[in-house]
Design a protein around this ligand. Structure first.
Ligand SMILES: NC(=O)c1ccc[n+]([C@@H]2O[C@H](COP(=O)([O-])OP(=O)(O)OC[C@H]3O[C@@H](n4cnc5c(N)ncnc54)[C@H](OP(=O)(O)O)[C@@H]3O)[C@@H](O)[C@H]2O)c1
Length: 486
């Protein structure tokens, strides 16, 4: 007769953190005290269905078990014994996790069925229930509470590449050059962290890279993308303060974010507050810290500043409108449609100017007597009008070139108004980990206190990255765009 053992418990950790350990079929010698040493046979990955783990127990017994199913969406795995010196016959076990409603704890259900030699039913049932399952619950609790110790052990537990879904540029060109492909995320080395990315931010710089405008930054074939949000899978040696399961967002000057799993330097990561969802973080991190440096540092926006924002209903644009109006600025903005004007106005743009051909200088002069600061992501199409729209001593911040690269500016063109010109790049404003943390913290705080209104976010699957790019280039999108990696 088949014996059945069922045990369950609550673990005081979020489901992602518990699952990050349990989904790794070879992690048990890192956290379960009865397991002496374990290895995956035949060089397979430890999360690959069909892989076999071969391990010895502290009492000298040897067991080989095979992973039968693994579901990241259901947080469930099933495995069976294929060979053992312990007489557990036809042993099949299932581990299932469920989030407890408060979101910070995890329900763990572990059950199995097996046959035994006659007369040993009770002894072996108790051994599985007590020494394997109940002890396992306690051991995992201790492992998760182990802080840097468990973090230091994590690389050994999962030091193999993880299969990824990614989107590559094979040839520079149009949006159709973005092609989904299978890839790998290597185990984290010293100072690195491997993250499972659920949401990936789309930025106009991804379009420049795809078009081949900055080839040194994206050699071919290359994976674009500068930012994403998700959770830590494992960390490399020397990484302090991050553990498997921690929710993080990454902002890095090296492209490569269009992927489901990525290995990145720890100092490109910020922890996410519970209130900031992955999609929000991916939509807002790069654009939010850009708004932060533009308004605080470069533009020095304050009460009464006349700020002109181009593409005011765009990803960066809506954040600038909302935050600048909270700082007391008078915000004017260009948009290409009445619908965009409505959204920009709702986000603090007092004077949306509807123009598709970048004709705005006359309106800006009439409404405000000129702009003290212009934030210009349009580029060449707005070149002459920007000069005409500036107020005396005005500051033209050339942020980007959605309409095409900006031709050189004659210094004498600035002289006429004592104007200044800047050409900043966000990565220089988050060049240190401390500065990235500080700026990101200000973005999340502004979101929490209402200074930054959450913009509408357009969502695409990672595989549909080409559609997301086409949408961004069509001038149809409103607010930021995000790719979902499952
Ligand atoms: N330097 C930095 O630190 C930094 C950081 C972040 C972003 N940026 C730049 O800021 C700008 C905005 O970036 P984003 O990601 O938030 O994009 P976005 O503003 O959401 O999208 C671009 C917008 O530009 C406008 N546009 C005007 N002419 C265009 C044209 N010929 N083709 C396409 N779009 C055109 C469109 O708005 P309308 O149709 O309403 O005109 C479009 O929606 C980009 O230039 C980007 O490179 C720079």
């Amino acid at each position: 007769m088949l014996q059945k053992v069922v045990r369950s418990t609550i673990i005081d950790a979020p489901i992602e953190r518990v699952w990050a350990v349990l989904r790794d079929f070879n992690s048990h010698d890192q956290w379960h005290a009865v397991v002496e040493a374990s290895r995956i046979e035949a060089g397979r990955r430890s999360d690959e269905v069909g892989c076999v783990r071969s391990f010895t127990l502290k009492d000298g017994n040897r067991i080989r078990e095979q992973l039968l199913t693994l579901s990241d969406t259901e947080h469930r795995s099933t495995y069976c014994i294929v060979e053992a010196t312990v007489p557990l016959l036809r042993y099949v076990a299932t581990v299932t996790l469920k989030p407890v409603t408060d979101g910070n704890r995890t329900f763990w259900h572990w059950e199995s069925s097996f046959a035994t030699p006659p007369g040993r039913e009770r002894e072996l049932r108790e051994m599985v229930a007590r020494d394997v399952y109940e002890a396992g619950f306690e051991n995992l609790r201790r492992h998760l509470a182990g802080g840097t110790r468990s973090a230091a052990l994590a690389p050994a537990a999962s030091g193999v590449p993880i299969a990824t879904r990614e989107v590559r540029v094979q040839r520079y060109g149009g949006a159709e050059q973005l092609e989904p492909a299978a890839g790998e995320a290597r185990a984290p080395g010293p100072g690195e962290v491997r993250i499972r990315q659920r949401a990936i931010g789309v930025n106009f710089i991804d379009v420049y890279l795809r078009r081949g405008w900055i080839p040194a930054m994206l050699p071919l074939p290359g994976v674009p993308g500068m930012e994403a949000a998700g959770s830590v899978i494992d960390v490399g040696p020397g990484v302090a303060g991050l553990l498997p399961g921690d929710r993080v967002a990454c902002l890095w000057h090296q492209p490569g974010a269009y992927t489901s799993v990525r290995t990145v330097p720890a100092d490109t990561l910020v922890r996410l507050p519970a209130a900031v969802e992955d999609v929000t973080a991916a939509a807002l991190l790069l654009k939010g810290v850009t708004a932060d440096y533009l308004l605080r540092d470069l533009g020095r926006i304050g009460p009464g500043t006349r700020l002109l924002v181009h593409a005011a209903a765009g990803g960066v644009g809506l954040l600038l409108c909302a935050w600048a109006s909270r700082l007391g600025a008078t915000v004017l903005g260009t948009v290409s449609s009445e619908e965009k004007a409505r959204v920009a106005r709702a986000h603090g743009c007092a004077h949306p100017i509807v123009t598709r051909e970048a004709r705005f200088a006359e309106v800006v002069q009439r409404l405000a007597g000129g702009a003290d600061v212009i934030v210009d992501g349009i580029g060449d199409a707005a070149r002459e009008e920007n000069l005409a729209a500036l107020a005396p001593r005005g500051h033209w911040i050339s942020l980007g070139q959605a309409s095409g690269p900006l031709a050189p500016i004659d210094p004498d063109a600035l002289l006429a108004k004592s104007a200044s010109f800047s050409r900043p790049v966000v990565f220089h404003y988050v060049a240190t980990a401390a500065e990235l943390q500080e700026r990101a913290a200000r973005v999340w705080a502004a979101l929490a206190d209402g200074s930054l209104a959450l913009p509408p976010i357009e969502r695409f699957t990672l595989d549909a990255a080409a559609q997301a790019h086409a949408r961004l280039e069509s001038r149809g999108s409103v607010g930021p765009l995000v790719l979902l990696a499952g």
